[in-house]
Design a protein around this ligand. Structure first.
Ligand code: BGC
Length: 742
């Protein structure tokens, strides 16, 4: 086991080193193609131009690889220049052939797909991967996803999703990096670099599409698609930075969001799509709407009909219409009526054609259609090994009473729960071309590593009233030395259109766990879910809890690695776990208020029926070893505005196992021209420490790290006192004070 473990880690490090990509910069089209783009544009009719701005889905879903005859005719006539949900070499080749052999101008199609956390080899859901706080691992997961997808005909992914969210009710938190702006921005960069690889046009890379621009993660009441109404200050400070980071890491495209921002739906919001995205950030790629979000502006009530929606979108800065058929039906008429300028259409076409040229599709429209590459790349041994490694890094140890974990593999173990012998849920939502049959279930993973007897009973259904088998499950538990119970959400309970008002574990499953606890046996709860859950009863009663999200193809092996100690868990929560949905939104970087929480004083900002503190805070996660932190030291306690500050801390492994620790750096500006969060993440480092080893961790704090949108909305720092905090999670830190002078 130890050998496999070392081998896996070595292989992973080697691959990560080889895979690391170029340094990030804003995408800029190759100047060599500009002439070719313009020459082509000069030959295009208005209808053909509008065709390039049109994107349709195939009917692939439950139906297998098919496309409506009408859409095929649209490709032939040049009325549809891009497709999504079409993958596999054979299908893509067929459709590309129509575009390059049967159309007048032979312009190749873009092929898009939601490759969110893997194509065939499925990695942890993005929220889970974010828990690894391991940027090279996250980049690598995106790299492999792109390598597989680009071997299956695809050249464009609808990822990364970088919507910051403080809303566990919102099902789409599973697709993002959680609640923190700084961590989310670093992960956004890693994912863009992973997907786009060394350069656009390589056959192991695809165009990234940053989504959903913007503010989609802040829907009122946590209800998907709902109104977003936050101040410009909050928007710029907490929500916008990850999109900007992704653009500055070179993302070639951006997708709009379904919500409105400040009263204007994102798909028609010129302030977002032109002023911020292009003018402030210098974005030079293209903007695509989210699925029919252009048409939905009629329901929003800002336009009277689809034609007006198309005009609002194009004039706001949208280049491509996903599935709405609005541009296709009405844009020519809008031109005739003088509502839209041909010059603006031309610019949108240029933005799309440039990327088709940069991808090299005009030289070889089938460059992503190589059957033998497809056969050898997908689900390769190396990809599965990498998935196992990223998966175990994503697991968070939430509780471990009496050091129950890791389990001794020689023990008698009862494996219980509706998710224990399940494969269908492991690939989670937005699972690409993943096949549950390729997954390793938890039971299989445990059986492969256990040396004693392993018994199994599902114990109950996901939701239903308890089935007969509960008695059997309890009987098995009584005969075992330890119980592992695998419970949680079904994959479809998170993701799009899957908001929940109640974020507890389904009652029948919670009851199962509590009954198992009553047997007196030690109980390890293995959780699977796509959002933070409110699980105070489990937290109180279970002996140990592992948060495993949905880990994908190698889930069972990765979980067994942690259960039996082949891997020492190192994940940290990227999102706060509340005690109750009533605390939501609850997040770590809150403001002080004028009456900060005091448990002994009634007239402070608090609940009368529950503490303010969440169940598990942001950044929290245990290890099988212990880490101790020295007091942080600064190189100067008084420094001049503009100067960098060095902070160091010694972290020691005081336990008996090697382990990784995510050392976290937070800051607080004690007096600002506007109120400031009581803590904000500004850095972290993940270090490996042998037993007894101590390492010095050094952080550089720049002026930018201390900057914010001041009262007049300019961005910058303000002299005065700051607290620098370093610790193992957002609530357990050691502080040092510093002072900035003019
Ligand atoms: C989702 C997007 C996704 C698109 C295409 C929409 O419903 O909001 O995230 O990329 O569908 O599948």
């Amino acid at each position: 086991m130890k050998k496999i473990n070392t081998l896996l880690s070595l292989l992973f490090l080697l691959q990560t080193a080889l895979i690391h990509t170029t340094s990030a910069q804003v995408y800029s089209p190759s100047p060599a193609t500009e002439q070719r783009v313009n020459a082509l544009l000069a030959k295009m009719t208005l209808e053909e131009k509008i065709g390039q701005l049109t994107l349709y889905t195939t009917d692939w879903g439950s139906t297998g690889p098919t496309i409506r005859e009408g859409y095929k005719n649209d490709i032939r006539s040049g009325a549809c220049g891009n497709l999504f949900n079409s993958h596999t070499v054979a299908f893509v080749r067929d459709l590309q052939k129509v575009a390059v052999e049967e159309t007048r101008l032979k312009i190749p199609l873009l092929f898009g797909f939601d490759v969110i956390h893997g194509y065939k080899t499925i990695f942890p859901i993005p929220l889970g991967e974010a828990a690894s706080w391991d940027l090279p691992a996250i980049e690598k997961s995106a790299r492999i996803a792109a390598t597989e997808a680009a071997a299956a005909g695809l050249n464009w992914t609808y990822a990364p999703m970088v919507d910051i969210s403080r809303e566990p009710r919102w099902g789409r938190v599973m697709e993002g990096a959680g609640e923190d702006t700084w961590l989310g921005s670093r992960i956004a960069e890693a994912r863009v670099q992973g997907f786009q690889g060394r350069k656009i046009g390589d056959t192991d890379a695809m165009l990234a599409c940053v989504k959903h621009f913007a503010g989609y993660g802040a829907p009122m009441a946590g209800r998907d698609y709902n109104t977003v109404d936050i101040s410009e200050r909050y928007f710029r400070e907490f929500y916008l930075p990850p999109y900007e980071a992704a653009v500055k890491a070179g993302a070639a495209s951006v997708m709009t969001s379904f919500n409105d921002y400040d009263g204007v739906p994102a798909s028609g919001n010129r302030y977002l799509l032109t002023d911020i995205l292009r003018t402030e950030w210098g974005f030079k790629g293209f903007v695509v709407t989210d699925y029919t979000s252009m048409n939905e502006m009629v329901n929003h009530g800002v336009v009277a009909n689809d034609k007006e929606a198309g005009e609002l979108s194009l004039n706001a800065g949208v280049d491509m219409d996903m599935q709405g058929a609005v541009f296709q039906r009405f844009l020519a008429q809008s031109v005739q009526e003088g509502k839209v300028k041909v010059a603006d259409i031309d610019e949108a076409v240029r933005r799309i054609l440039r990327l088709k040229f940069d991808l090299g599709l005009f030289e070889d429209p089938y460059k992503f259609c190589n059957e033998s590459r497809e056969k050898t790349t997908l689900l390769s041994k190396e990809h599965r090994a990498a998935a196992r490694e990223v998966s175990r890094k994503s697991i968070v140890l939430l509780k471990n009473d009496k050091n129950l974990l890791p389990l001794n593999p020689g023990q008698k173990i009862a494996v219980i729960g509706p998710l224990a012998d399940n494969k269908a849920e492991l690939i989670g939502n937005w699972n690409g071309a993943g096949n549950p049959n390729d997954c390793v279930s938890v039971l299989e993973g445990i059986r492969a590593q256990a040396k004693g007897a392993v018994t199994f009973d599902s114990g109950c259904e996901f939701f239903a009233a308890k089935k007969e088998g509960t008695e059997n499950a309890l009987a098995l538990a009584k005969q075992a030395d330890a119980v592992i119970v695998v419970v949680g959400e079904q994959a479809m309970m998170s993701g799009e259109a899957a908001s929940r008002a109640d974020i507890t574990l389904p009652a029948v499953q919670e009851e199962l766990v509590l009954e198992l606890v009553r047997t007196g046996k030690p109980v390890v709860v293995v959780l699977m879910n796509g959002r933070p859950l409110a699980i105070p009863r489990l937290a109180e009663n279970a002996t140990a809890i592992l948060e495993t999200w949905w880990l994908g193809t190698e889930a069972g092996n990765a979980i067994a690695d942690v259960l039996f100690g082949a891997y020492n868990p190192s994940g940290k929560l990227p999102m706060t776990f509340p005690r109750s949905v009533g605390q939501v939104p609850v997040f770590y970087n809150e403001k002080s208020t004028g009456r900060p929480y005091d448990p002994n004083s009634k007239w402070t900002s608090k609940y009368i029926d529950m503490p303010n503190a969440p169940l598990f805070p942001f950044g929290f996660g245990l290890s099988y070893t212990n880490f101790s932190y020295s007091e942080p030291k600064v190189d100067k306690s008084v420094f001049k505005k503009g100067q960098n500050l060095q902070v160091t801390v010694n972290v020691a492994n005081t336990g008996s196992r090697a382990g990784e620790e995510v050392v976290q750096l937070y800051i607080r500006d004690l007096v600002g021209s506007v109120t400031r969060p009581v803590r904000e993440l500004k850095g972290f480092e993940k270090i490996m420490l042998k037993p007894g080893e101590t390492k010095e961790v050094r952080f550089t704090i720049s002026d930018k790290d201390l900057s914010f949108y001041r009262r007049d909305m300019t961005f910058g720092s303000e002299p005065g006192e700051f607290e620098i905090m370093i610790g193992t999670n957002s609530m357990d830190v050691k502080k040092v004070k510093v002072r900035m002078t003019e």
